[in-house]
Design a protein around this ligand. Sequence first.
Ligand code: SF4
Length: 297
Amino acid sequence: MSRPIPLHELGDREYIDPANQACQGCGGAIVSRLVSKALGEGFVRAEVACCGPAFMNIRAPSIYVEVFEGAGALMTGISRGLKRIGREDVVVMGIIGDGGTVDIGFQGLSAAAERNENILWVCYDNEAYMNTGGQKSGATTPYAATTTTPIGEYSRGKLERRKNVPLLMAVQGAPYVATASVAFPEDLLGKLVHAKGIRGFRYIHVSSPCPTGWGYDPKDTIKVARGMVQSGLWPLYEVSDGILRLNYKPRELKPVREVLKMQGRFRHLNDEEIERIQREVDAFWRRLVAKDGGEIF
Ligand code: SF4
């Protein structure tokens, strides 16, 4: 299992250029910086169509393809090519959006996990197809207003539950799976450093709030991200060789209402809808606590 690593333990050196093209307050850009810090030298970055190219400022060999669904195949090809030339020491890593992970890229993700490809898949989850106009994805929280689930006379936002891809990857038998959040950088850095030392398929799914699509002030990205973890909307856990461990276990979760109401995409919610989300969060949290320290199935 991982251990939290404070930023200063990794030294002063940065592996990222100061400027990028992301919106102000972008959670994904924070993921990019932390990934580069944790991996340092000796990695290759793969990228597909998503907001990722807006934060391509990592100083590492990078390969970008327009094939939205192609991250699994791209990373597999790079990894196998490196193996062929005897460079298995180089980490193959992708910072892939939730659309390219949980929806359109899921077949390639699942197949790469099945083959136990030697890759590190980091999903920065902004809960929609933000780079193509903010359409809902399988990772969007229920009732969120998106451009394809707008609020109107006959629509209350997205109705379906989130796809739980971290647990799907764990059940597929991936050697290492973790959730993380930009509001808990020590936890994320620890998980990245731990994953770097493992061979085979590794998957880290990071909650990465998006001020543009979620409708909050860019200065509040960390506040929103922290609220999601503290309320149980985004629990932090890891699954190593089938054993689950909760990484953040408060005595009591905060009510989801507070963090939902910080975001424009949930401003329309009534009490009944907030209650539904609260019930689902509480039920999932109870299941996680019951599994903490034990096998996931
Ligand atoms: S749309 Fe959202 S995820 Fe994309 S660059 Fe802007 S803040 Fe980041």
